[in-house]
Design a protein around this ligand. Structure first.
Ligand SMILES: [Zn+2]
Ligand SMILES: [Zn+2]
Length: 154
């Protein structure tokens, strides 16, 4: 299954040529502000598997809460935020916003992070993996994704 998405005005379209390594629901304050919502659903994937076409996205650099940089990429025409790059993540990966997919129900969060700032009216599904802040990749990721990340970093 190829995941396809676009910004609101369609100036930028993209295709993911591989499945995401992992899907995060992030409840941190930065993600809440940038989406204007309660949380964001991010697909963590190697940059080489994101095939973008059309206009070049603009970048805006946020200084992350941890002091780490975070570049946000968005459409210059309609302002839709399509993906991020976190400098804390060592290899060349993007975090693509699942809300920009043509079919956003194609992915489900594997893990919820930064639940310490989750809005109180939202109850997470029973049994879902959730962390107050971040987690250790070795504790959460399937072996196949860990191997892909290792190969990408090499
Ligand atoms: Zn656009
Ligand atoms: Zn976040």
């Amino acid at each position: 299954m190829t995941l396809k998405g676009r910004c609101s005005c369609s100036a930028i379209r993209y295709e993911l040529t591989e499945s995401p390594l992992i899907v995060h629901a992030c409840h941190c304050r930065d993600c809440q502000r940038i989406t204007g919502s309660a949380f964001v659903v991010n697909m963590w994937i190697e940059k080489k598997f994101v095939r973008a076409s059309g206009a070049d996205p603009k970048a805006y650099r946020l200084e992350g809460g941890s002091g780490r940089r975070h570049d946000v990429f968005f459409c210059d025409t309609c302002g839709t935020y399509l993906w991020s790059r976190y400098h804390i993540v060592s290899s060349d990966c993007l975090f693509v916003r699942a809300g920009t997919l043509e079919n956003p129900v194609a992915v489900t969060p594997d893990v919820h992070i930064f639940t310490r700032t989750k809005v109180p009216w939202l109850t997470l599904p029973k049994g879902v993996r959730a962390f107050e802040s971040i987690y250790k990749i070795d504790d959460v990721w399937p072996a196949e994704s860990r191997e892909r990340l290792r190969r990408n970093a090499a």
